[in-house]
Ligand binder design. Structure first.
Ligand code: HEM
Ligand code: HEM
Length: 251
């Protein structure tokens, strides 16, 4: 994929590119919001204290979807798959924003446990891994995943001090955080038995594993090309993984 030239989309496709997602969002929102609103109203009327629990789960899923998208976007960046269609600094920003939004929503997801009267959580039980009164191991993995993601995000602002290479190496921790979040959702969630939740976990895992295998294959290929005597390295001809333009431009 090295040397992929940005071509962007043809300007004539603009209406279709914006129109189709708008129609899709309209159909999904129109078809689901009324049912979701009446379901929520019925659940809260039957048990008013369940509101925090409902939102805690909602934020859990929204956070998981955002984090999974950020991981997928990160892999699309490192494999350069998107480079022919999108400017690197734009993809970079989207990846960073998705990561930050996912992290924020995971924080809200955890904090809402403090308002849930059905299984009361103290502040310490929310924050300290393994202290949860419900599924302590699986919730502990979720807590550790959140801290790992926070560490990677904060390290971005300290990369001048720790160095670009160390920052990039630390980024591999995000695969652990993603795997941890997936395990956490499946093992501790009340919705893991439902077909849509299983579809979500399976769909996200399939895309991430596929891109990861592609990414590892690409790295091995680049390394073997570099190892050949007299061969001009593809990574040298392009730019090394640790100092790609996306990072430089925004540094
Ligand atoms: C301030 C926050 C972050 C910034 C600025 C950032 C930036 C980047 C950049 C520039 C790349 C591509 C590097 C390259 O060209 O090879 C990347 C890759 C990646 N990012 Fe992030 N990232 C952030 C946070 C996160 C978080 C929180 C996650 C996960 C939850 C994540 C997951 C990934 C993954 C999985 C990759 C692909 C790694 C690889 O294939 O080596 N990132 N990120
Ligand atoms: C401080 C960190 C965290 C705490 C204390 C925490 C706590 C919990 C608890 C107690 C549950 C079970 C709720 C239930 O279904 O009744 C849960 C489920 C879940 N969590 Fe977390 N979590 C944390 C971090 C995360 C992170 C980082 C993610 C994803 C990025 C996440 C995503 C989910 C998902 C998807 C579920 C499944 C919800 C369901 O099936 O209804 N959590 N979490």
């Amino acid at each position: 994929m090295a040397g992929v030239k940005y071509r962007g989309f043809h300007p004539r496709t603009e209406l279709v590119r914006w129109g189709l997602p708008a129609v899709a969002i309209g159909i999904i929102a129109g078809g689901t919001i009324p049912a979701a609103a009446s379901g929520l109203q019925a659940a809260v009327a039957a048990n008013p204290s369940s509101l925090a629990w409902l939102f805690e789960r909602l934020f859990g899923f929204m956070s998981y979807i955002t984090v999974a998208l950020s991981v997928i976007y990160g892999l699309l960046l490192s494999t350069k798959i998107l480079d022919a269609m999108a400017h690197r600094p734009v993809s970079f920003t989207l990846h960073q924003d998705l990561a930050a939004i996912g992290l924020g929503m995971a924080g809200i997801h955890g904090m809402l446990l403090g308002l849930d009267a059905s299984v009361p959580f103290t502040f310490a039980q929310i924050l300290v891994p393994g202290q949860s009164p419900h599924a302590p191991f699986a919730v502990g993995i979720g807590q550790v995943s959140l801290y790992l993601m926070a560490l990677v995000t904060i390290s971005f602002y300290a990369r001048r001090r720790i160095g670009q290479r160390a920052w990039r190496t630390l980024h591999y921790v995000t695969f652990l955080a993603y795997a941890g979040s997936t395990f956490h959702g499946i093992a501790s969630g009340s919705d893991s038995g439902s077909i849509w939740a299983q579809g979500l976990y399976l769909g996200s895992l399939t895309v991430v594993v596929f891109l990861l295998v592609y990414r590892i294959g690409m790295s091995l290929l680049e390394r073997s090309t570099t190892a050949e005597p007299g061969a001009v390295s593809r990574t040298t001809r392009a730019t090394p993984l640790t100092s790609r333009p996306g990072l430089r431009d925004l540094a």
